[in-house]
Ligand binder design. Structure first.
Ligand code: ATP
Ligand code: MG
Ligand code: MG
Length: 537
């Protein structure tokens, strides 16, 4: 038989819901506070908050906090912060733990109705019993005995693992989720919200559906791996005679070249593969934010991917980068930064003077204004924009060749100075103020006469994992070159005064965002993405 038999939602259930809630759509986003949110949760939020919003309803942010040993206030705070950052507005922040009294009373009711029993099997025995479809020897205790033993559990009369409350489903059921799931277990562990009030904690399977019901959720959206649990979700609510939400499943988001699982992300943080939860190479929302992604970009990505029920396909990471470019093209002020500078001396530039060069903030947006950058006799260009031997497909500088410095003047290279090892250390050029009509131009950095250009550190990121799709050996697939630090780049004055999250388009190099590691003496910029999709970034 189909393990998902008897679990279809019917339109009349929805009609009942709408009666219960006065016609309002009510959803919830139910993270467990056992880690930081990742981009997969952005999809979940987009559906949970988005569906409610589109229908004039409301959405709870509910912390599903029933495993105190893995949960913490730090995670709760970071989740609230990420939800806000993406612009979602919970109607209320709730905690499964705030219903612990009601859930306890419902467990007593469940025992009284003959649908739960206290069991003393070990974890191994329970697993084996489920596999072999064998009843627990404790399954047929009297209601009175179960009530007494459950109270003993609550009063701390058992050690951890010595007694659990199990739902009395059907050990022979084709769906393993009906084979006497755990409702309560003993944990001598303080809880981040309820403190040490409880030593018994309800399981996910027991809690989630009941709190959905208590909050009058109309549409309980969850990822496909919970589909098999829909039967037990409905069963528990029905045997207690409670209001039952509609459950809708959708596919988990997977992205190429990264892991979307709090457990795996914790491993990367704890083993110091990355610098922390907000390391820009991670898939956490804090990481995307630090790297420079905007909430608008992430929400646009979520809108594009929509609700799908196809599982096990990874979406290309490049799709996120596409949305980042789309969003930043209209938002990021242009600036010029030279990553690997060669000094260029303009020998015919008027001694002791500085020109002010006008640069459009965002060239295709007339209203975006402009800024000026200084130009004097010393200019820096990229080492990659100079070659000793010219060729027809190359528009950079070469000996005796004239090129345009973007927004400024033409220069002609007259002399190349090298060190003992043959490395180019300086170029001597002359400039031509009247002849600036080339279509291709290179970027540059200069400064006021006699001053040094602005020093900046640049961080370039590549995928954290080499493979698109990762299997069990994901930890063996870490890209050793996922971060390239360029400590001594130079920038034009436009970047001065940047705060954390100030974003720019650095001409020809990509979109960049000011990092929190910046100091008064050196600004640090993360590359959000290159300007075009390319294989070699
Ligand atoms: P993880 O495995 O990363 O810990 P989880 O499913 O345990 O994820 P929860 O905090 O319990 O994470 O999830 C909160 C909500 O977000 C749930 O409804 C869950 O189904 C959904 N969710 C989690 N990961 C994804 C994902 N990759 N794509 C879409 N939705 C997700
Ligand atoms: Mg979870
Ligand atoms: Mg999980």
């Amino acid at each position: 038989p189909d393990p998902k038999e008897n679990v279809q939602n019917t339109p009349d259930i929805l009609a009942t819901h709408l009666k219960t809630t006065g016609g309002q759509i009510i959803t919830r986003f139910p993270p467990e506070p056992n880690g930081y949110l990742h981009i997969g949760h952005a999809k979940a939020m987009h559906l949970d908050f988005g569906y409610a919003k589109k229908n004039g309803g409301k959405c709870y942010l509910r912390f599903d906090d029933t495993n105190p040993e893995k949960e913490s206030q730090e995670y709760i705070d970071s989740i609230i912060d990420s939800v806000k950052w993406l612009g979602h507005e919970p109607c209320e922040i709730t905690y499964s733990s705030q219903y612990f009294d009601e859930l306890y009373n419902l467990a007593i009711e469940l025992i009284k109705r003959g649908h739960a029993y206290v069991c003393h099997q070990t974890a191994g025995e329970i697993k084996e019993g489920r596999e072999k479809m064998l009843d627990s020897p404790w399954r047929n205790r009297s209601v009175e005995e179960n009530l007494k033993l459950f109270e003993d559990m609550k009063d701390g009369k058992y050690e951890e693992g010595k007694a659990i409350l199990r739902m009395k489903g059907d050990m022979k059921h084709a769906n393993p989720c009906m084979r006497d799931l755990i409702a309560y277990r003993i944990k001598y562990h303080a809880h981040p919200v309820s403190g040490d009030k409880w030593v018994i904690y309800p399981s996910y399977d027991y809690t989630h559906c009941l709190v959905d019901s208590l909050e009058n959720i109309t549409h309980s959206l969850c990822t496909l791996e919970f589909e098999v649990r829909r039967l037990s979700y409905n069963w528990l609510i029905d045997v207690l005679g409670l209001y039952r939400p509609v459950v809708w499943e959708y596919a988990r988001l997977n992205l190429t070249h990264t892991v979307l699982s709090k457990r795996k992300i914790i491993t990367l943080v704890n083993t110091k593969v990355v610098s922390g939860w907000d390391d820009p190479r991670l898939s956490t929302l804090n990481a995307f934010r630090r790297k420079g992604y905007t909430p608008e970009c992430i929400n646009a990505f979520c809108e594009t991917i929509g609700v799908t029920r196809t599982n096990n396909t990874s979406l290309p990471y490049e799709l996120l980068e596409f949305h980042a470019r789309q969003d930043l093209n209209d938002k990021a002020t242009r600036a010029m930064v030279v990553l690997d500078p060669i000094k260029v001396v303009i020998t015919n530039f008027p001694e002791g003077t500085t020109d002010d060069i006008r640069v459009a903030n965002i060239p295709h947006l007339a209203d975006a204004g402009h800024h000026t950058v200084p130009f004097s006799s010393v200019v820096y260009i990229e080492r990659a924009d100079f070659r000793m031997v010219d060729s027809s497909d190359y528009f950079g500088l070469a000996p005796n060749k004239e090129i345009l410095l973007k927004y400024a003047y033409n220069i002609r290279c007259n002399e190349v100075i090298t060190d003992a090892a043959g490395k180019v250390t300086e170029l001597r050029v002359t400039y031509d103020k009247t002849n600036a009509n080339k279509t291709k131009a290179i970027h540059w950095v200069s400064s006021r006469h006699g001053e040094a250009p602005v020093p900046v550190e640049i961080r370039l990121y590549d995928h954290l994992f080499l493979d698109e799709d990762l299997g069990d050996d994901w930890l063996q697939k870490i890209n050793p070159k996922s971060l390239e630090v360029i400590p001594n780049a130079v920038a034009d004055v436009t970047v001065l005064g940047s705060k954390t999250y100030t974003r720019f388009q650095f001409e020809r190099t990509g979109y960049f965002c000011c990092d929190k590691d910046s100091t008064d003496s050196k600004l640090v910029f993360n590359r959000i993405t290159s300007l075009k999709e390319s294989k070699e970034k």
